[in-house]
Design a protein around this ligand. Structure first.
Ligand SMILES: Cc1cc2nc3c(=O)[nH]c(=O)nc-3n(C[C@H](O)[C@H](O)[C@H](O)COP(=O)(O)O)c2cc1C
Length: 204
């Protein structure tokens, strides 16, 4: 049985762009006994997220989704030990499809039988992103979003692999990114994520 199961959730607005290439370079280095599953969010579109938490016409507890893209993504998320968010840098942050997938994490918190918060706390979150900007600090909002999201549960957080590129294929010329990709997932003793701002007061 595989010891670790990596789920790659890819959300670019084009299929074989720099983000996907960079993520694949890193994934190539995973040992053979590590399971890999790739999901293209474009192939499994989620409906606009609806926040029903305080809608008094429906019970707060949401039923577990069945037979649709939401169910597929939920099952894949829970089946993974390691969740890799592969998102291009769009407006300094995550792409809309990736952000929407993460918004559904909030819905899954409202399905009591999933025990989603405790389940995710057993998992590790990673990020991979390609950006056109040569200054990697441009990706700070994306890195912060993933770090804080991990800290919420709290999950372990393996960090974000960054690569530079505009046209598809450019990232393969980013020799530093290619070198980082070789060891990115090899990291051991991945720390549990902590909020950089101390603690979070997250109300119901
Ligand atoms: C909607 C959109 C917004 C973008 N915003 C940024 C940005 O804020 N900073 C940046 O460096 N690059 C930005 N880019 C460029 C992409 O990050 C870059 O082309 C990247 O290689 C795209 O990833 P992909 O090839 O995996 O699709 C943007 C591209 C698009 C289409």
């Amino acid at each position: 049985m595989a010891t670790r199961k990596f789920l790659f959730v890819h959300g670019s607005a084009r299929p074989d762009g720099n983000t996907a290439m960079l993520a694949r370079k890193a994934a190539e280095q995973l040992p053979a006994d590590v399971e890999q599953r790739w999901i293209e969010l474009a192939d499994h579109p989620l409906p606009d997220f609806q926040d029903l938490r305080h809608d008094d016409t429906t019970p707060r507890a949401r039923p577990r989704p069945e037979g649709d893209n939401e169910a597929l993504l939920l099952d894949a998320t829970l089946a993974a030990t390691d969740i890799v968010i592969a998102s291009p840098l769009y407006w300094y942050s995550l792409s809309a499809t990736v952000k929407r997938y993460l918004d559904y994490w909030d819905a899954w918190l409202e399905t009591p039988e999933l025990d989603f918060k405790a389940e995710l706390a057993k998992r590790t979150l990673w990020g991979v992103t390609a950006l056109a900007d040569r200054n990697e600090a441009a990706a700070d909002p994306l890195v912060g979003t993933l770090l804080n999201t991990a800290a919420f549960f709290p999950m372990r957080f393996g960090g974000v692999l960054l690569g530079n590129g505009t046209r598809p294929g450019h990232v393969l010329d980013d020799t530093e990114a290619m070198a980082r990709a070789k060891t990115f997932f090899a990291r051991e003793d991945i720390p549990v994520a902590r909020f950089p701002f101390g603690s979070s007061e997250y109300g119901e």
